[in-house]
Design a protein around this ligand. Structure first.
Ligand code: EPS
Length: 366
């Protein structure tokens, strides 16, 4: 299974093509629209989110609400479509503008930023929605929540099952209030804020991914897809960076056995050992940097005259961490579905489920 996306931020639409989805997966536009709508929530987004009301059109690969095995083409129209967009000649520090014009030999950074825009993540969420429906058939759930915005952190372990009701995807109402203030203050200063979100995968069987080759390691694959989201600058799994200051005896999760199942009382490994899922929840965290388009722009240089100028300024988000969290779920769900398909194979859902069932039985009888 893999996908490609196309489309620009202010072009007519964004598109995705998913190849390799098994037949007979029941999928409807409703499943995809639900996730698209979740991506559009968020305190701190720009007015653009009031304009767009993302809805998918399934153009191919699905008949009578079931996948046919053919490539699935998905289309989301942009309401804020414009044929005449102003040129951008002063690159924004932190954006793709400068590196992009140098790489592609462009004079107008508009040709860079229209595709580098995080608008593209709408297509990824559509693909992730298909993957989520597929994973559900194996009782696997992928969810997420926001742990930090600016300086404000969620410090306690919270019940994040109702996080969808929060405009910041935050499970801690006390922290959420302070996070909103952090965003409001940044807006007043002409500044932006970033944060940290956490993606959790529940119900993943042991044995997904492999240590046998570098590019088969599940931790590497999931970190890659998270790092591929615009603005993401770091990823950790389980205890992650804080394991550096600890010791082996405190970090590693001791092994127990009950009711035909190996299990752990801790999950510092974040559900992955040796590049393979170990049957515990997979826990990933990613850092999104503050948005680079600032109301009080940083110093830059004009592309044509090479003179010092304030960086380009336009309508932008103050904080997009909650949306990024939903995108994180999508890319993780897709990569996990891909790894599941590699493990269990199958051109139809029936075949894949048969193989999955037999494997789970063998693991229990081990
Ligand atoms: C983005 C800039 C803003 C965001 C956009 C990503 O768009 P605009 O330039 O039209 O105000 O709203 O995100 C989306 C459109 C979206 O759907 O998430 C950027 O420069 O990356």
């Amino acid at each position: 299974m893999h996908y490609l996306t196309a489309g620009e931020s202010h072009g007519p639409c964004v598109i995705a093509i998913i190849d390799g989805v098994p037949t007979h997966l029941r999928i409807s536009p409703k499943d995809i629209n639900y996730e698209l709508e979740r991506r559009q929530i968020g305190y701190g987004r720009s007015e653009r989110m009031q304009i767009e009301k993302d809805k998918v059109e399934i153009l191919s690969g699905v008949r009578n609400d079931k996948t046919t095995g053919s490539p699935i083409a998905l289309l989301i129209k942009n309401k804020d479509f414009s044929k005449s967009l102003p040129e951008v000649n002063i690159p924004r520090p932190g954006h793709a503008d400068l590196a992009g014009v140098l790489k592609f030999n462009q004079k107008d950074a508009r040709d860079i930023l229209e595709r580098a825009s995080a608008r593209e993540t709408a297509s990824r969420v559509a693909c992730g929605a298909v993957a989520k429906v597929m994973l559900r058939e194996f009782d696997i759930k992928v969810c997420s929540h926001v742990r930090q915005i600016g300086k404000i952190k969620v410090t306690k372990e919270m019940n994040y099952s109702k996080v969808n009701k929060s405009p910041l995807m935050c499970a801690d109402p006390g922290a959420e209030k302070l996070m909103k203030k952090e965003i409001d203050d940044a807006r007043k200063r002409g500044d932006t804020v970033g944060g940290i979100f956490e993606v959790i995968c529940k119900g993943v069987p042991p044995g997904i991914g492999s240590y046998t080759q570098w590019d088969k390691r599940l931790d590497g694959r999931l970190a890659y897809v998270l790092m591929s989201i615009p603005g993401v600058k770091g990823v950790e799994i389980g205890l992650g960076f804080s394991s550096a200051g600890s010791t082996g005896s405190r970090v590693h999760d001791e092994i127990f056995y009950k009711n035909d199942r190996f299990y752990r009382k801790t999950n510092n490994a974040g559900g992955i050992e040796g590049g393979i899922s170990n049957g515990e929840d997979i826990i990933l965290r990613a850092v999104m940097k503050p948005i680079p388009t600032l109301g009080m722009p940083l110093k830059s240089i004009g592309l044509s005259d090479k003179l010092p100028k304030a960086a380009h300024k336009e309508r932008a988000d103050i904080c997009a961490v909650p949306s990024c969290s939903v995108v994180g779920e999508a890319v993780v769900a897709f990569e996990l579905a891909r790894a599941m398909q590699e493990k269990f194979g199958g051109d139809s859902m029936e075949e894949m489920k048969r193989n999955h069932f037999a494997y789970i039985k063998a693991v229990k009888e081990y």
